[in-house]
Design a protein around this ligand. Structure first.
Ligand SMILES: [Ca+2]
Ligand SMILES: [Ca+2]
Ligand SMILES: [Ca+2]
Ligand SMILES: [Ca+2]
Length: 290
């Protein structure tokens, strides 16, 4: 009897009721069973899903989801990687412009602009002229440039030793004045000899008709022009003794008191080249007619 009972016990299969959960493998023993659990499960009957998030593997604020034998991290914006361990390089698309330095931050970046630029991406040129942050003097015009500005001398001035100085248009013979030139700061004035009036162009001189007649009667044979002698004004009731020959700007009256000589090469090299030639010819023609 006893032997039979013992036999019955020893042959009873404890695994028959399939006690191991979650795919655990059951091993029958004497009055017991042993579960061998698959990875990710524990407990006598493999009933416990091991929490792989228990070790808080997700970094930088990532959210951990426990799964079978593994976990998944949901990363915060700006981070990547299995454990959200990587701060994404937000500078990798080189968003900063015009030579700016990019500094990576969390899900963002900052640009350190070179002087002369601003804006989030340093995309905007600073208009120093408009903002009055330029260093141009009163004699200079401010010209805005990308990233900077430049100062150029105003009309009538020229840079000399980094200072804008008045151009002496008279001594440089660039004024275009037909007869007399007076330099002033930033410009010049043309004037005419006696018997001539300044024309509407402000540089050429028109002979008064009365003087024209007087000069013809005087028959001086002037190469370039005939005028009232200095100190004599007006054009009426003068005698032929009141007129003399004179030469245009750039020429000098010869000792014969009628011909003109001058350094034509210098004269013609000036900016009002065409104007001068034109006026000179005009006068020469007039002289020839006389
Ligand atoms: Ca798990
Ligand atoms: Ca970043
Ligand atoms: Ca600028
Ligand atoms: Ca001047």
């Amino acid at each position: 009897m006893c032997a039979n009972v013992l036999d019955n016990v020893s042959v009873f299969d404890e695994c028959e009721s399939d006690p191991c959960q979650n795919g655990g493998t059951c091993e029958d023993g004497s009055r017991k069973y042993t579960c061998t659990c698959p990875s990710g499960f524990s407990g006598d009957m493999c009933e416990t899903d091991i929490n792989e998030c228990g070790s808080t593997p997700c970094q930088n604020g990532g959210t951990c989801s426990d799964l079978e034998n593994r976990y998944r991290c949901q990363c915060k914006r700006g981070f990547a990687g299995m454990n959200c361990e990587t701060d994404i390089d937000d500078c990798s698309s080189t968003p900063c412009m015009n030579g700016a330095t990019c500094q990576d931050a969390t899900d963002s970046y900052t640009c350190q602009c070179l002087s002369g630029y601003n804006g989030t991406n340093c995309e905007t040129d600073v208009d120093e002229c408009n903002m009055n942050t330029d260093s141009c003097t009163d004699l200079q015009l401010c010209i805005n440039t990308p990233g900077s500005f430049k100062c150029e001398c105003k009309q009538g001035y020229r840079m000399e030793n980094e200072i804008c100085k008045d151009i002496d248009e008279c001594s440089e013979q660039s004024s275009g004045c037909q007869q007399n030139c007076t330099n002033n700061d930033g410009s010049f004035n043309c004037s005419c000899s006696g018997g001539y009036n300044l024309d509407t162009d402000g540089i050429s001189c028109k002979q008064d008709p009365a003087l024209s007649e007087l000069c013809q009667n005087a028959s001086l044979g002037c190469e370039q022009g005939c005028r009232l002698k200095s100190g004599i004004t007006g054009t009426i009731r003068h005698t032929t003794d009141d007129v003399e020959c004179f030469c245009n700007v750039g020429f000098r009256l010869d000792t014969n008191s009628k011909d003109c000589s001058g350094n034509r090469s210098v004269f013609y090299s000036k900016t009002h080249f065409n104007l001068h030639i034109h006026r000179t010819r005009w006068h020469v023609d007039r002289a020839d007619v006389r």
